[in-house]
Design a protein around this ligand. Structure first.
Ligand code: HGY
Ligand code: MN
Ligand code: MN
Length: 409
């Protein structure tokens, strides 16, 4: 069966790329760390006996042939990039786990009807260019010229960053796959929450993935003298923004299922003795139900309008991305249950609060996700941890699901 030592060794080796002492792992899209990580994954894919290629948007793909090379491909994998100071499991486990499954199939001379491909997706986190899932968007044909013009905080555009790494941004459409050539996409990922740990289970079967609304909100007040401006004459953009952040938390808490986060906030002009004239902050809003998410969004903006009236400020908003919730196919969920029963693993079915490449792939093929327990539910943090045993359980479930989906002969 699968080689747990090899999986864990590779996770730790890949986790060293982009790691900084006292911090975590940072591997942003189209950087030297990103390139080094792709080169190491290419090495693993070759050791596994896969046919390796890179596509036009920076995904790395390893292919294992089936008996019928024309049969629709079964896809697996996850993302190779990380957030700032992230952990070594987020994304990496799905790539290393899928490579392990195919290497084990090769070692055991397993034959399947369908080919299987592992994707190491580029830029799922959106950490550098403020919109996520660039690699999987490239596969489903969702990238636009506007996306290529989006800039990072140093003013470098996606297209420039691609060129710096040797990609031709004009060719981004070459990465597109058609629905006819795909059978399913199955992603192994850490849970990044506390549910499996609370049930003392190593693996979970994902029922669906929440929606993702990312927005930039600019509050425009009036800069002024901190000493000479009486309190009742101010249009303080920061105090207004602070009230808005509280409203966002309050409205999200009301539903019991919604999550909302203000992850970035910049104050301008930023002088000690200047009343803030402008504040720009981000909103990340999610719920498994699009309807609930839309309602919370409406309530938040009703309150923001009230605050603007009361404080004499105004807001400008910019939608960074709107991704709908993604259901995991019933066929996958049954196959995953059969896999757990075959291995003798208890499991729990749960939605994913985190976003994943699978929510793009659902537009061109059925999807499935298998979760592995996260210690203390921590992720997007250097303390992110899953045990070797739990990772091995997840890879075993992935093995049986990919084998069944690719039809063993
Ligand atoms: O934001 C997310 O949920 C994922 O980590 N990209
Ligand atoms: Mn993540
Ligand atoms: Mn992830």
């Amino acid at each position: 069966m699968i080689n747990a030592e090899r999986v864990f060794h590779r996770l730790q080796e890949l986790g060293k790329i982009g790691y900084r002492e006292g911090g975590g792992v940072t591997r942003h899209a189209f950087t030297s760390e990103d390139r080094a990580a792709k080169d190491l994954v290419i090495k693993y894919m070759k050791e596994a006996g896969l046919e390796v290629r890179e596509d036009a948007v920076g995904n790395v793909i390893g292919r294992r042939e089936g008996k019928n090379p024309q049969a629709p491909v079964v896809l697996s994998g996850s993302h190779i990039d990380t957030v700032c100071d992230g952990g070594i499991f987020d994304g990496a486990l799905g790539i290393i786990g899928a490579i392990e499954v195919l290497q084990t199939m090769n070692e055991q001379k397993v034959v399947t009807e369908h080919p299987i491909e592992v994707y190491a997706f580029n830029d799922e986190e959106g950490s550098r260019f403020s919109f996520s899932m660039f690699g999987s968007m490239g596969v489903i044909g969702r990238i636009t010229e506007e996306d290529l013009a989006k800039k990072d905080r140093q003013g470098i555009s996606v297209a420039e960053a691609m060129r710096e790494q040797g990609y031709d941004p004009e060719k981004f459409r070459d990465a597109i796959r058609s629905p006819e050539e795909l059978k399913a996409f199955i992603e192994l990922h850490i849970e990044q929450g506390k549910v499996l740990e609370s049930k003392n289970l190593s693996v979970g079967i994902v029922t669906g993935i929440v929606n993702e609304l990312w927005m930039k909100i600019r509050v425009i007040g009036e800069a002024g003298h901190a000493g000479a401006t009486p309190m009742n004459f101010r249009k303080d953009a920061l105090v207004a923004a602070a009230e808005m952040v509280q409203v966002i938390e309050r409205e999200a808490k009301k539903t019991g299922t919604t999550v909302a986060t203000v992850g970035r906030l910049n104050v301008l002009p930023g002088g000690i003795n200047i009343i803030p004239g402008q504040v720009e902050f981000t909103l990340d809003l999610r719920d498994i139900s699009q309807e609930v998410s839309d309602k919370v969004e409406r309530e938040i903006f009703k309150e923001i309008d009230r605050i603007c009236q009361e404080r004499g400020v105004r807001v400008e908003t910019e939608i960074l991305q709107r991704i709908p919730p993604a259901p995991c196919s019933k066929g996958f969920q049954l196959a995953a249950k059969r896999a757990c029963e075959k291995i003798g693993l208890e499991y729990f079915c749960l939605p994913s609060g985190a976003g994943h490449d699978a929510m793009q792939m659902v537009n061109i093929c059925p999807i499935g996700m298998i979760f592995v327990r996260s210690k203390d539910g921590i992720s997007h943090n250097p303390a992110e941890w899953s045990s070797k045993e739990d990772c091995a359980d997840g890879v075993k479930v992935l093995y049986h699901v990919l084998l069944e989906t690719a039809v063993p002969i």
